[in-house]
Design a protein around this ligand. Structure first.
Ligand code: NAG
Length: 356
């Protein structure tokens, strides 16, 4: 075979492979999916949150904690300042998010908050806030104590570990312990960019405590949101690129045993748990291809999905809200408090809706 012939065959094979990988990625991101509007009766965009509200968690008293200003490779970001934490009192009809003060004993200028989780110590009712942080695109977890009367976060420590290399979200299970999802397998910046094209289920979930750090689950295309059932017996892990929520049983050793996976038909991001009902609330990207391109002419939409009775034989998966991007772009989280639904986004605004 001539050298030229060999090269052209090689190029043809490579482009066929690349083409096949692009088709695979388009199907993983539901690139052709069109969305019908499914609005709720009364929704209002919130003030002060112009640079996203990637993750939200609501305390039992109706105070929502919100991370904003995420900068993440390959995802749009319109803020040139550091990320921030906000709170929003859902019992107060003014619906005004307030920035939380943070103590200056860590680097505020590079603060880049992503997934968050709260743990309340039953002994003294102290509230601990865990925040995934990406200063200089690194991956670490900041542990704060939330001082509610002062609207402030007292920084306690920074947690870093080689197993916590690409953390997306966390769920706290103790004053210093949590489960975390890694949304990439590779740690090298270039390989990380190529990873979505490879489309392999290599991502994992890690358990962290000061005494014990270990991989507890593996096999995710892109492990994203993570949360825990109200009775603490099961974990839920969202695989955004596989359009599924995995249910795992938590053992006394903190190991996880897979139970099942529930299909959601969308690229779901974070998962919040309804403390009263155990329902799962998911902020989802109906079309992940649009979400990454972010073309203003065809903006990415938003979708909220609820899963009821997830542990039964027949979980009920319901689309509660859908918007084509004309109202709210790139929803990443949804959380219910009483009759209200709070919807957060990766880099757009945040919105509060009445559920009925
Ligand atoms: C979204 O749907 C509305 C109708 O509800 C329509 O007016 C608007 O043009 C649509 N926007 C996009 C970006 O498709």
């Amino acid at each position: 075979m001539g050298k030229l012939m060999f090269i052209s065959l090689f190029v043809a094979a490579l482009s066929a492979l690349f083409g096949e990988r692009i088709i695979n990625l388009r199907s993983r991101t539901l690139a052709s999916r069109e969305l019908a509007q499914n609005h709720l009766p009364d929704c209002a965009l919130l003030r002060n949150l112009e640079y996203g509200s990637e993750d939200i968690t609501i305390l039992p008293n109706g105070l929502a904690l919100i991370s904003t200003g995420l900068k993440y490779p390959g995802v749009p970001s319109f803020s040139d300042g550091p990320g921030k934490m906000f709170s929003l009192d859902l019992q107060d009809s003014r619906m005004k998010p307030v920035e939380l003060r943070m103590t200056r004993n860590f680097d505020l200028d590079s603060f880049n908050p992503h997934g968050i989780s709260v743990y309340t110590d039953e002994n003294d009712n102290a509230i601990y806030l865990f925040v995934v942080n990406h200063p200089q695109h690194e991956s670490q977890v900041e542990l704060f104590r939330f001082i509610e009367d002062e609207h402030s976060l007292l920084h306690l420590k920074t947690i870093k570990h080689e197993l916590l290399h690409s953390v997306n979200d966390i769920v706290a299970v103790g004053v210093e312990s949590f489960y975390a999802t890694n949304d990439h397998f590779f740690t090298n910046a270039v390989l990380k960019q190529v990873e979505p094209l490879l489309g392999q289920p290599w991502c994992n979930v890690v358990y962290y405590s000061p005494e014990d750090v270990k991989e507890v689950s593996v096999g995710y295309y892109f492990a994203n949101g993570i949360n825990i059932s109200p009775d603490k017996s099961h974990l839920y892990v969202v695989d955004i690129l596989d359009h599924k929520v995995h249910v795992l049983e938590r053992k006394e050793s903190n190991a996880l045993v897979p139970v099942k996976a529930v299909a959601v038909g969308s690229l779901c991001d974070n998962v919040e748990i309804d403390a009263d009902t155990g329902d799962l609330w998911l902020g989802c990207h109906p079309n992940g291809w649009k979400a990454v391109l972010n073309d203003p002419a065809v903006p990415p939409g938003s979708e909220v999905i609820r899963i009821q009775n997830i542990h039964s034989e027949l979980p009920v998966v319901t689309q509660v809200y859908a918007d084509n991007g004309s109202v709210i772009i790139g929803s990443s989280v949804a959380a219910r408090y009483k009759g209200k639904l709070l919807i957060g986004t990766v880099y757009h605004k945040a919105m509060c809706c009445d559920l009925e």
